[in-house]
Write a protein that binds this ligand. Structure first.
Ligand code: 0X9
Ligand code: ZN
Length: 296
């Protein structure tokens, strides 16, 4: 069975999504957000409880695991899915009912699988370049100011190769097209590790978006909620460019700029390394649940 005391490979995560959607067939469905180089699907779950007649709920999108080695992100995302579906606390059921959820625990499943079975530190996709080197950083590959900061043009760069062109990777190309098709997208939240940070757009520039003050205020509430769980305070919220470093071609910037999505956040979860022991999944998952409650 599936649980939150171990890390699982892609197939097990996908089976969990299928099983849980069979348990709640009226509210949930397995959704496909895109395709991968090795022929996998980018599989997620939609959770959408019945709304009042004529009401279209805002969409809350969760992107996890764009970087393969950041295992705590997929693990806490399935933890959160489980909370939404099984926790009868009124705060959680209200949260569940408030949004049309689109949750993708692992948007780079080829990379995650490779990290799981071969190279624990793998970060990129698994596409093969013309010179034979493998993978692009899927968080440098989106079509907004592509290839400027913290990006490499060398396909053999282990971490930061931005791809041969914007959306060269089938994962970002298909996922971005899926996201473009969503009406009423309100929240887009990405999970990474490990830095204990809350980041806002933009990554590529220190310019502040027009609702920057709202983003900061909402983000602070999220961090206060999260703090209550483990008494650990994250840094931020602030623009990724100011708080961390400038980086181009990230999903956050594209979703904010190209789709004009109002509320876009990236969390860097905790951990002393990418080897955050699986015993930490529940406390980190609880923290994520509270942080999302704080946002909402
Ligand atoms: O560099 C990244 O893509 C993210 N950090 S990580 O260590 N998980 O790789 C940060 C993403 C958002 N921030 C920036 N792009 N600056
Ligand atoms: Zn990352």
């Amino acid at each position: 069975g599936f649980s939150w005391d171990a890390y699982y490979d892609v197939d097990d995560i996908y089976n969990y999504l299928s099983n849980v959607s069979r348990t709640y067939p009226q509210w949930t469905e397995v959704i496909v957000g895109g395709q991968t180089y090795e022929g996998r699907q980018i599989r997620g779950i939609r959770i959408n409880t019945p709304a009042a007649e004529g009401v279209e709920k805002p969409v809350f999108f969760i992107e996890s695991g764009i970087h393969a080695r950041e295992w705590i992100a997929p693990a806490t995302t399935t933890y959160f899915i489980n909370q939404l579906l099984t926790n009868s606390n009124p705060n959680v059921t209200r949260l569940r009912d408030q949004f049309d959820w689109r949750i993708f625990p692992t948007v780079n499943p080829d990379g995650y699988h490779y990290s799981y079975v071969v190279d624990r530190y793998w970060r990129k996709t698994r596409s093969i370049s013309s010179n034979g080197c493998i993978g692009a950083d899927p968080n440098r590959n989106w079509d907004y100011n592509w290839g400027q900061h913290s990006s490499s043009n060398d396909p053999c760069d282990y971490q930061l190769y931005a791809g041969s062109c914007p959306f060269s990777e089938i994962e970002t190309k298909t996922l971005s097209s899926y996201i473009s098709g969503i009406d009423n997208l309100l929240f887009y939240v990405g999970f990474h590790s490990h830095a204990a940070l809350l980041l806002l757009p933009y990554s590529d520039s220190t310019e502040h978006v027009h609702n920057y003050e709202d983003l900061v205020q909402i983000g602070k509430v999220s961090l206060e909620y999260g703090y209550q769980v483990n008494k650990v305070m994250y840094s931020g919220p602030g623009t990724a460019a100011e708080t961390l470093y400038k980086a181009s071609g990230g999903s956050m910037d594209w979703v904010r700029y190209a789709l004009n999505t109002p509320l876009v956040y990236t969390y860097e979860l905790r951990g002393s390394s990418f080897h955050w022991p699986p015993e930490k999944i529940p406390e980190q998952g609880e923290e994520v649940t509270q942080m999302i409650l704080g946002l909402a």
